[in-house]
Design a protein around this ligand. Structure first.
Ligand SMILES: *[C@@H]1O[C@H](CO)[C@@H](O)[C@H](O)[C@H]1NC(C)=O
Ligand SMILES: *[C@@H]1O[C@H](CO)[C@@H](O)[C@H](O)[C@H]1NC(C)=O
Ligand SMILES: *[C@@H]1O[C@H](CO)[C@@H](O)[C@H](O)[C@H]1NC(C)=O
Ligand SMILES: *[C@@H]1O[C@H](CO)[C@@H](O)[C@H](O)[C@H]1NC(C)=O
Ligand SMILES: *[C@@H]1O[C@H](CO)[C@@H](O)[C@H](O)[C@H]1NC(C)=O
Ligand SMILES: *[C@@H]1O[C@H](CO)[C@@H](O)[C@H](O)[C@H]1NC(C)=O
Ligand SMILES: *[C@@H]1O[C@H](CO)[C@@H](O)[C@H](O)[C@H]1NC(C)=O
Ligand SMILES: *[C@@H]1O[C@H](CO)[C@@H](O)[C@H](O)[C@H]1NC(C)=O
Ligand SMILES: *[C@@H]1O[C@H](CO)[C@@H](O)[C@H](O)[C@H]1NC(C)=O
Ligand SMILES: *[C@@H]1O[C@H](CO)[C@@H](O)[C@H](O)[C@H]1NC(C)=O
Length: 729
């Protein structure tokens, strides 16, 4: 069958998008002259769409050839881009094998294709025919040019104890007749001529070549005609119509980071399929066929609940597919161990022992409840919540200190998000425990009928908080110790989460945030202050853990340092190959922290998106399904922001500006029916006048009956459904 040439809608839209990008770049010079956006919280406004990154259809084409990698006899390589004219890879049959008496053999014909951004799915090659000797093609994939070689930066066969069927490249024997090949997992002949199938990559290297071990089915010479190369993109296709929430502000770099995070998360939302998820005992029958959020696109293709503490929030704020989160956390709850412990993921048949991830299950359940209002889930798994908090964690608590202690209760072999060799009593686990207990108490209160649980968990959170402060605060550094008994070091995770869980006092918060910033690096803030626990730790940056620090900075009112940290860390990733998508971890000198193995598109690194929505736009849910919420912009140097936060009752639309000459600050909000909340606006002077819909609610003091109050430089007023304008004059 001769396949017709495919039309190429992606190509056109990419060109258009590049033109738009150019426009944005040029606009930056004129930013002071540009008018602010329409002064409405208008969900019909679509200027935000210019920032959308992902492909516009499932079939994606390369955007350029990296000609500096082309070797051998390749005719018309550009034909692969223009979809016009075939590309021919040709290599003469050796005349006197096995060696060439007169010099080196002809180079292996090779082309490297650049897809422009990181993508994920099944590569497809439309072959126009080949010589009749079944010449081979070998494919290798990489997210960066740094790790672009004749084998992939990572491929499924690289999994230790996985189903290794390739040496790191994908092989195919090209038939003489035209053929559309989709690279899927498996072998053409027994265990020969094999390919790994799905790949996450930006660069694709194609060679006319064959493995000696694939003889006699394919040969490393002959002629191969390629009509087109494309990708069947399998992850979530985040086209403009799929965005139920969005964000835009006066700083185009921040706006773009929000959408880069959205695309990074889209790349890890996919159907759980046996042959392209992590092979290490992860292919659970209860997940196969379901939409999930994986950790990474090219690697770590298994949903872990700790990662969802970030990626599920990103999901709720971007697209209306909460099932990608529910399918995971419900499945993990269904696999709760008899002693109450909850597995972190399906890997190793739900047995990977992590100490912190059951706490993230609690946090994720709270987030699902407040962002989506899924009370059916919460009712069904309430007993799971009771068992993990009332059975398992008490079994690993030191009765002398009241703190979680890994050396108690047989948990010393348990790991955490980075498999850190920590033992004994660790601030991070305990701070996260306090946060989980507080979330659980809120869940109990929202559901009703669980007053004693709410009281117990609140009480336990206070006890653990007090114990953290008693045992783990290091007054000489002004930060929490990492560990009660280990070598002295201070970690970003425990310190940051102590702020989020309100373990630290305001003065401790100020001290520890300044301590963390004193170790700042050009590419973010490191997760340890020194290398006592592991080599290179003081130079390693996790966007995952940094999200907690960024939130801590906003919560303490320090938008300047929060935005500085965002710009350093996310700015580093957006300006380094592969750009756009956010990495699993950053290592020494800003490198990929685990070399080629590092995932350059990791859902847990998308915290900039919820951070900007929650703190710069300012909306945070405080009740199930946003029935109640708070809006409190913390602007820093941002001068206006607008966006939509999706709620089960409809869009919560917000626009604020500090640029208007008629008012110091204007906030417009469209409140969905059936919801209500508190709006806080910054007042530089407590004597300022604040109006709601033109009615004065504050003028140095609250107007009678307005419900307005003042704290920490903000006037807060209760607001009901409908459209409202709050002015600070
Ligand atoms: C400034 O405020 C006035 C009055 O509320 C309004 O008419 C105008 O559109 C606003 N301009 C901007 C740029 O927000
Ligand atoms: C080839 O060109 C690409 C794109 O310009 C560049 O990123 C890469 O570093 C170059 N590689 C080599 C080996 O020259
Ligand atoms: C390169 O390949 C083309 C197409 O097969 C062929 O016509 C040409 O002779 C080859 N050139 C060399 C130098 O082998
Ligand atoms: C998974 O790949 C194997 C080959 O390695 C194949 O036999 C099997 O049918 C594939 N399963 C699915 C569900 O595609
Ligand atoms: C792309 O891959 C998905 C998942 O295997 C499959 O369902 C779909 O049919 C493929 N689409 C095309 C056009 O090949
Ligand atoms: C996974 O564990 C369950 C429960 O312990 C067991 O029934 C099942 O056979 C295991 N599956 C595999 C593939 O080992
Ligand atoms: C509990 O903590 C105390 C104080 O750090 C320690 O001395 C004791 O050994 C711990 N108990 C157990 C069982 O680990
Ligand atoms: C903690 O440190 C601060 C400043 O270094 C000092 O003023 C204070 O007295 C110290 N508190 C304790 C309990 O040591
Ligand atoms: C880490 O810092 C502590 C003091 O804060 C010091 O005692 C320890 O020796 C340091 N370790 C390393 C490896 O630098
Ligand atoms: C605050 O506003 C009042 C009334 O406009 C004014 O008298 C006072 O000087 C202002 N205070 C500051 C610190 O700007």
């Amino acid at each position: 069958m001769v396949l017709g040439r495919e039309t190429d809608p992606t190509h056109l839209s990419l060109t258009l998008r590049m033109a738009l990008l150019l426009f944005v770049c040029l606009s930056l010079f004129w930013l002071p002259l540009l008018a602010s956006p329409a002064a409405t919280a208008d969900s019909g406004s679509d200027s935000w769409q210019q920032y959308i990154r992902g492909p516009s259809t499932n079939i994606v084409y390369p955007v350029q050839i990296l000609s500096n990698y082309t070797t051998g006899n390749v005719t018309n390589p550009e034909g692969l881009l223009q979809q016009d004219g075939s590309t021919i890879l040709s290599r003469a049959q050796p005349s006197t094998p096995p060696s060439w008496p007169t010099g080196t053999p002809p180079a292996v014909p090779t082309i490297v294709l650049d897809f422009g951004i990181n993508v994920v799915g099944f590569p497809r090659i439309s072959f126009g025919g080949a010589s009749s000797n079944s010449p081979g093609v070998r494919l290798a994939f990489s997210e960066t040019t740094t790790y672009l070689t004749e084998t992939s930066d990572f491929t499924r066969s690289d999994n230790v104890l996985g189903d290794t069927i390739t040496p790191g490249s994908d092989q195919f024997a090209v038939p003489a007749e035209p053929y559309l090949w989709t690279d899927t997992h498996g072998c053409l002949y027994g265990d020969q001529v094999c390919a790994d199938g799905l790949h996450g990559f930006r660069y694709m290297r194609i060679s006319l070549d064959a493995l000696a071990s694939d003889s006699p089915y394919t040969e490393a010479y002959g002629e191969v005609v390629i009509d087109s190369v494309s990708l069947n993109y399998t992850a979530f296709l985040g086209t403009p119509d799929t965005f139920t929430g969005w964000f835009e502000c006066s700083d185009a770099e921040l706006s773009q980071m929000w959408f880069d995070a959205a695309y990074t998360n889209d790349m890890v939302i996919d159907t759980f399929r046996v042959n392209d998820t992590d092979p290490r005992g992860a292919a659970s029958p209860s997940l196969i066929g379901k939409l999930v959020i994986f950790d990474g696109a090219k690697r770590d293709r298994d949903p872990y609940v700790g990662d969802l503490a970030v990626s599920a929030r990103t999901l709720y704020l971007t697209h209306n597919v909460p099932e990608a989160s529910v399918n995971v956390i419900a499945d993990l709850a269904d696999h709760q161990r008899a002693d109450g412990w909850i597995p972190p993921a399906s890997i190793n048949n739900y047995t990977l022992p992590l100490f912190d991830y059951p706490l993230y299950w609690v946090v994720c359940s709270y987030d699902l409840f407040v962002y989506t209002g899924d009370s059916a889930y919460m009712q069904k798994y309430y007993s799971t919540l009771q068992r993990v908090l009332n059975d398992w964690y008490p079994s690993v608590t030191n009765s002398t200190t009241s703190l979680l202690d890994k050396d108690d209760g047989g948990a010393s072999g348990y790991g955490d998000y980075a498999f850190l060799p920590r033992s004994g009593t660790i601030t991070y686990y305990n701070a996260l425990y306090v946060l989980a207990l507080k979330n659980a108490a809120s869940i109990a209160t929202f559901l009703g009928g669980h007053e004693s649980d709410a009281a117990d968990w609140t009480q336990r959170a206070e006890t653990v908080s007090a114990a953290i402060n008693k045992y783990l605060w290091d007054n000489s550094s002004g930060a929490y110790l990492d560990s009660l008994s280990g070598i002295v070091s201070h970690a970003q995770d425990g310190n940051s989460i102590s702020v989020l869980a309100a373990v630290s006092s305001p003065s401790q918060t100020t001290a520890l945030l300044s301590y963390l910033d004193s170790h700042a690096l050009p590419y973010g803030n490191p997760f340890y202050d020194n290398d006592s626990l592991g080599a290179g730790f003081s130079e390693r940056v996790y966007a995952f853990i940094s999200y907690f620090e960024i939130q801590a900075r906003f919560l303490s009112g320090s938008a300047a340092t929060a935005l500085d940290q965002i710009r350093r860390m996310y700015g580093w990733m957006t300006s380094h190959d592969p750009t756009v998508t956010f990495w699993e971890g950053i290592g020494t000198d800003g490198s990929m922290y685990e070399g080629a193995y590092t995932s350059a598109a990791h859902g847990w690194s998308t915290g900039v998106l919820p951070a900007l929505t929650n703190f710069v736009l300012g909306a945070i849910p405080t009740g199930p399904g946003f029935q109640t919420w708070t809006i409190k912009p913390i602007p820093g140097d941002v001068t206006w922001a607008q966006g939509v936060v999706p709620t089960p009752n409809g869009p919560l639309s917000i626009y604020w500006t500090a640029e208007n000459s008629s008012s110091l600050f204007i906030l417009q909000v469209q409140v969905p029916a059936g919801t209500q909340g508190d709006v806080s606006v910054p007042v530089s002077n407590i004597s300022s006048e604040v109006t709601v819909d033109g009615n004065q609610v504050w003028n140095g003091k609250a107007e009678q009956g307005s419900g307005a109050s003042f704290a920490d430089g903000y006037v807060t007023v209760p607001v009901q459904s409908g459209a409202h304008v709050i002015n600070v004059n």
